[in-house]
Design a binder for this molecule. Structure first.
Ligand code: UN1
Length: 504
């Protein structure tokens, strides 16, 4: 308890911020209570959105490179407090130390990216058909951006959204997962610090530029329903996305959805099996299988199937499971009992559907009776049955066989989700086919690396039930701006387009 108090204080949170609230926070590491935070009501959320809308009126007029300076200062706070925030991510989300640090690094990276972007945000100039006319497009600030984030990347995914939204001239309102409220409060505190430094150096950032409100579905719903929220960016389950999408569409708001994945790796006969084993292990079992990009399926050519599955199974059984803060442990706990139940249910279905299961049992109950550590599971499946086609947020890897690449690609695509995918091959034709129009149907298609652990420089997101949104790098910033097309007449005539005559 003392450790967490010191940690949270060092991140800028006063005791009152994490004591005496209605939302009790437990660490998945050992089930210990970390604190209790205050929750908001739907009414509070509506008021927060109104304040954010006020902040937007000012912020949109601040030059974009100045807005970038605020994000740069925030990135500096993240650098200074990287290890403390990473430790909090481990305590609250159960990530092993290196992955907790990687999560904060991902926040720093997107800040850097956004700072560079703040001097660009460029539109096109377009040739006009009329003499003495010029056409161009501009990208202008959009409004209030609502961010709903999940427990598994409790702060990085918010940062992808917030860093871009802020340089684009928007204000943000954040509804984090109820499972990870402390990392959200700490991140907000670091942002507030950056804002104080920004003000000291000239200022211009309104008070309610970024706010965080804790609570359950009702609070999230108030955010989704608020007319003044121009863009709702939501990360979570497909079920959540199905609830959010139509509500935002009904009021003609914009939605950016990052939902479930059911990511596969194809391993072809020419693959470097050493690389493939490492890529598959990290993808399937890293973060205890709790990434939206986690590898859920491996589709292996018949000629190497038995050898690769045996190697994977041996390596799987040797992965060190335990307290994620202890050096050397690679697999931390599942987030909670519900995650464990879902995993066991999926394994039961897999057995009933012909699967042969290795691992999957609960472990470390003697040391951590109130936590949910599991052996990673490998399931040899006879076919891509119903359970394989669904996303289970746990370390389960289903293995499947193929003979022809077309068949492997068809299997890879024959799931409702379309986030990430990969092929391990040294055959150029196979690699190119996999990435082509008749290849993977996912938003991410990798060659000789796994499905998870994307860099921030690329656009991140996927198709089908994954929701279609793109966040993070490339031109994902455009989702946070509105486009205007401008036609300017600098002649003394008024020619109409398409040769239309309307002479008086
Ligand atoms: C998520 O699991 O919601 O590509 C995001 C990755 C990370 C982000 C995952 N950079 O695995």
């Amino acid at each position: 308890m003392n450790e967490i108090k010191t940690l949270l204080n060092s991140l800028g949170l006063p005791d009152a911020a994490f004591n005496g609230g209605a939302l009790v926070v437990r660490s998945p590491i050992d089930g210990a209570v970390l604190g209790s935070v205050h929750t908001a009501s739907a009414g509070d959320m509506r008021e927060a959105v109104a304040r954010a809308h006020g902040a937007f009126q000012t912020w949109r007029t601040v030059p974009a490179p100045r807005r970038g300076e605020l994000v740069r200062l925030f990135g500096e706070e993240l650098r200074t407090h990287k290890s403390a925030l990473a430790r909090l991510v481990s305590l609250e989300a159960g990530k092993v130390t290196s992955e907790g640090e990687g999560e904060v690094q991902e926040m720093i990276d997107i800040c850097d990216f956004a700072v560079g972007l703040s001097r660009q945000l460029h539109g096109l100039t377009i040739a006009s058909e009329r003499p003495g006319h010029r056409m161009m497009e501009q990208w202008l600030p959009l409004g209030v951006v609502g961010i709903i984030s999940a427990f598994n990347f409790p702060v990085a995914v918010w940062a992808w959204n917030a860093a871009l939204a802020l340089v684009c001239g928007n204000s943000c309102v954040w509804k984090p997962s109820e499972k990870t409220p402390l990392t959200a409060l700490a991140t907000q505190a670091l942002f507030d610090k950056a804002r104080v430094h920004f003000d000291a150096a000239g200022g211009g950032a309104p008070a309610h530029l970024s706010q965080v409100l804790q609570g359950g579905a009702a609070v999230g719903e108030a955010l989704v329903d608020a007319e003044q929220v121009a863009l709702v960016s939501a990360t979570g389950s497909t079920r959540m996305g199905r609830a959010v999408g139509p509500k935002v569409a009904a009021r003609f708001g914009r939605c950016l959805l990052e939902l479930g994945g059911n990511n596969a790796i194809i391993v072809s006969p020419s693959a470097d099996l050493e690389l493939a084993v490492r890529g598959i292990l990290f993808g399937a079992y890293g973060t205890a299988g709790q990434r939206c990009t986690s590898t859920r399926r491996v589709i292996i050519h018949e000629s190497i199937h038995d050898e690769l599955v045996a190697r994977l199974d041996t390596a799987r059984a040797s992965l060190r499971i335990g307290n994620p803060l202890v050096a050397g442990h690679l697999i931390g706990p599942l987030i909670d009992a519900a995650a464990f139940d879902a995993m066991q249910q999926a394994l039961a279905h897999a057995r009933a559907q012909g699967g042969e299961v290795s691992g999957g049992a609960r472990v470390l109950t003697d040391v951590h009776p109130e936590a949910w550590y599991v052996q990673p599971a490998l399931v040899r499946m006879p076919a891509q049955t119903a359970v394989v086609r669904q996303e289970t947020f746990a370390p389960i890897l289903y293995t499947l066989k193929y003979l022809q690449l077309d068949e492997a690609i068809a299997l890879q695509n024959d799931v409702p989700q379309g986030l990430s995918s990969a092929i391990f091959t040294n055959d150029l034709r196979e690699a190119e086919q996999f990435m082509s129009a008749r290849g993977s149907d996912c938003g991410i298609a990798n060659v000789n690396i796994g499905t998870s652990g994307a860099e921030i420089g690329g656009a991140f997101g996927g198709e089908k039930e994954t929701g279609g949104g793109r966040e993070s790098g490339s031109d994902a910033w455009r989702a946070y701006m509105r486009r205007t097309t401008n036609t300017i007449n600098y002649s003394r005539e008024l020619p109409l387009a398409q040769g239309v005559k309307f002479d008086l």
